[in-house]
Design a protein around this ligand. Structure first.
Ligand SMILES: [Zn+2]
Length: 416
């Protein structure tokens, strides 16, 4: 319910923002971006060579110390926040630069990787034909190095037409961000817009305009236990569950990017007993809350249609991670990004991502655009890499998006 009101509010705000039209390339700014590439590569190399697997606390803290030091030297005000719950002993990093304008801009990235301790020694940074390899090269150290470089670049340019630019570096995105969630949402609430720096595409060609959320449904059927020698005295919960599951096989919707998949199930305790209990689990991925609602209603309706009237069925439905929906405000941000890329003579690809990211959470609170990393390929695989060539284009894209936002051309300012 809340999410719907929020979406409606965003829609009306977004309508009030003037459209942003095409402009000529800002040559001087592009030069600044090109000049920033060597320090970006050096920073990328440094962080790739420090292990930071989500479960490697010592490694995460080494990388945290390095990044905090680097950001302070770059002129940012930095704080570290201990993560919550099981993530105690790891830290999320918040760096801020302050200006004289109105816009409150949040940049998000995550510095944890999926790789265990020792991976950086086994597979250290290497550059081959303009591709940078190493643990996290494909997810998402280019986003970390890119956004840190950008903060430094904006400071060097003495650009200050914003109230604040906050960089949030999460230490457990790869585990679902449980340790960062509260802090992340608190920050999102305080900003006018969020740019998340996952992805970017192998040639820095893309931004992400939606990410699917995840939910699950548990179907429970209750029947009546009996000796299997006298099955007519019982009501077989297992058989009824299979019947019901068969009526629930058409809930996926390719066009709307919804997948409903039965993943686990069980019934019965002994081979000589008619089972009185059966359960099955469905994994649901969808790109909108409306789709989650549709699947939930269909499941409830179909579960009410048992064939064996001695059985009852119920469905417990929950959405774990909400979708980053393709909203009007995201469309405006993506259109602005497209126009900026056109200044460079490049065509921007707007992608709907099947997986999730922190954009799923952040977008519940603030207009969001995802996929603003420099470049990434083969995430979570040993042959992951990030290309250097698109780095100036991507720094330019992010810097110009920030400027257009500061001019009031993407989202309404001053509401926070
Ligand atoms: Zn990632």
């Amino acid at each position: 319910m809340k999410a719907k009101c929020f979406a409606a509010a965003l829609l009306s705000m977004a309508m009030a923002v003037p459209a942003y039209g095409a402009q000529a390339k800002d040559e001087e700014q592009y030069k600044t971006c090109q000049n920033a590439v060597p320090e970006y590569v050096e920073l990328f190399k440094s962080i790739i060579n420090i292990d930071s697997g989500s479960n490697d606390k010592a490694g995460l803290n080494r990388k945290k110390d390095f990044l905090v030091d680097y950001l302070k030297k770059a002129g940012a005000e930095v704080e570290t926040l201990e993560a919550a719950g099981d993530r105690k002993g790891t830290y999320n990093i918040i760096a801020r630069i302050h200006g004289k304008g109105k816009a409150r801009i949040l940049l998000c990235s995550h510095y944890d990787t999926v790789w265990p301790a020792g991976e950086a020694a086994a597979r250290p940074f290497r550059m081959e034909e303009g591709r940078m390899y190493g643990p996290g090269a494909g997810d998402t150290q280019s986003g970390v190095a890119g956004s840190v470089t950008l903060l430094r670049m904006l400071r060097q340019m003495k650009y200050d037409d914003f109230d604040v630019i906050t960089l949030f570096l999460n230490a457990d995105e790869e585990l679902g961000s449980e340790g960062a969630l509260e802090q992340l949402l608190r920050e999102a609430e305080k900003h006018d817009v969020a740019f998340s720096t996952e992805g970017g595409g192998s040639d820095g060609e893309s931004v992400a305009i939606s990410c699917r959320g995840g939910g699950d449904a548990v179907l429970t059927v209750k029947g009546k236990r009996a000796h299997s020698g006298r099955p007519h005295l019982g009501h077989n919960a297992g058989v009824e569950m299979v019947r019901l599951m068969n009526t629930m096989l058409d809930l996926s919707d390719k066009e709307k990017r919804t997948d409903c998949t039965w993943t686990m199930g069980s019934f019965g305790t002994n081979n000589n007993v008619v089972p009185d209990l059966a359960t099955a689990h469905m994994d649901i991925r969808a790109a909108s809350l409306g789709e989650f609602e549709r699947v939930k209603n269909e499941l409830l309706e179909r579960a009410s249609r048992v064939t064996d009237k001695g059985c009852t069925a119920e469905v417990a439905f929950s959405v774990g991670k909400p979708p980053f929906e393709y909203s009007k405000s995201t469309a405006i941000l993506a259109d602005a990004a497209e126009s900026i890329y056109a200044e460079l003579g490049r065509k921007l690809v707007k992608t709907h991502v099947p997986a999730s990211s922190d954009a799923n959470w952040i977008s519940q609170k603030v207009p969001t655009l995802e996929g603003l990393g420099i470049s990434n390929a083969n995430p979570h695989q040993k042959n992951e890499y990030s290309s250097v060539k698109p780095a100036p284009d991507r720094l330019y894209l992010l810097a110009r998006l920030i400027q257009e936002t500061c001019r009031g051309n993407t989202v309404p300012l001053g509401a926070k």
